[in-house]
Ligand binder design. Sequence first.
Ligand code: KE4
Length: 419
Amino acid sequence: MTRSEQLFERAKKVMPGGVNSPVRAFNAVGGCPRFITRAKGARIWDADGNEYVDYIGSWGPMILGHGDERVLEAVERAMREGLSFGAATEREVEMAELICEITPNVEMVRMVNSGTEAVMSALRVARGYTGRDKIVKFAGCYHGHSDSMLIAAGSGVLTNGQPGSAGVTAGAAQDTLMAEYNDLNSVRELFERNPKEIAAVIVEPVAANMGVVPPVPGFLEGLRALCDQFGALLIFDEVITGFRLALGGAQEFFGVRADLVTYGKIIGGGMPVGAYAGSREIMSCVSPLGPVYQAGTLSGNPVAMAAGLAQLRALKEDPGVYTRIAALAAKMADGMRAAGGCTVNQIGSLLCAFFKKGPVNNYEDAKQSDTGRYATYFRHMLANGQYIAPAQFEAMFLSDAHTAADVDRTLEVFRAFQA
Ligand code: KE4
């Protein structure tokens, strides 16, 4: 048995599925998950000493690459001062000031500990601010595991949500309405059926949890117009796109204003951090200033703030990173398309190969992808030192630590698979 196999056997005895997050179990692709021991730059190593080029980057946080010295030094300095106080600290103020400075339309920020917590809290603020109950989400978009976001599309997408997980009650599901990504009519119809009941529309400005599916031109602008017309808030879930598509995230990249924005991943530099943010008027609803309660023992944790601040400051000081990582992703996408046999969606430093004829513009399209072939693709890439998402409905993440030579090697391995 390999070391990873031994560790997985132990893990399955004491952790559900042997993991702390389901996608890590490799259930969608088969085989034993690799237990990772260390990482540096664009490389990770598993418990058997195998080296991989890492295109997951902890699912997005490692935009500078693993073990960036600026982040490590900030963490080492902060941890010597104290791991956690449960009290106000200057670093939280610096983080909030920096986010307000670099993010469009944001005047106030609340730090939390994960993307899920950021979304859950933003939804509560939207309901508290508007006095309305219903939320519109899109089939195929993932916003973390809070009950009202674990919703399956009903018989038709345009029905009230159904529980998408055991343990989610019909009561929790009833206030979530499902629309079709890139289909403004599906949203308009929900507003017309529920004219004064929709508190917010929440959207991944680039869908990256059904594979990568960019918004078609006019989609985000249309959501903005519908929310304005019907008095609902527009929530951009930027847990993936935030500080990744551009320094100002999707709001900057697409030039569309959201009322609330949620963050995670990059904002923590690899440490557990999430945040939600918006105008002073809306965020003034949040306790202790306003009536919407939300709290957290480790929110704004000083060591996590130090990691996130170091990463965001590095991105602010060198915005050329966005051009560099988008160029690498485009090189990868072009090479994959040239190999044939797949549809590749790419935007900024995000990309994904679907094993079906294109286009892939929504969840219905994405679901037609040959997930069996994806699993074979995954195992081929892994066997050749390329660590990509162990599931079709995820993304590849490029970082500033990846090089053109890395991409050339990955394409060589991909062409061998497609041959
Ligand atoms: P977390 O609670 O996992 O920090 O964030 C939830 C979340 C919210 N919104 C978006 C757009 C997200 O992509 C996520 C989490 N992303 C997944 C990757 N598809 C995390 C990986 C995992 O679940 O292990």
